[in-house]
Design a protein. Structure first.
Ligand SMILES: [Zn+2]
Length: 57
């Protein structure tokens, strides 16, 4: 399993995500970027920030 805590890259965000693999995390964080952080659309722009912060869970 993999885990990503959004607060690791965006201080103050309490959201965290778990999934079987990196792609499972990224599917969730693309949507989260729109819903919580004002991204215009659920694209892959955030992947470059999220991917290095994904940890084994
Ligand atoms: Zn967040």
């Amino acid at each position: 399993m993999k885990r990503f805590a959004c607060g690791d890259i965006i201080p103050g965000c309490a959201s965290s995500f778990t999934a079987a693999d990196d792609e499972g995390i990224l599917v969730q964080t693309r949507r989260h970027a729109v819903e919580a952080h004002g991204a215009a659309e659920p694209g892959t722009d955030s992947d470059v920030l999220v991917r290095p912060a994904i940890r084994p869970a």
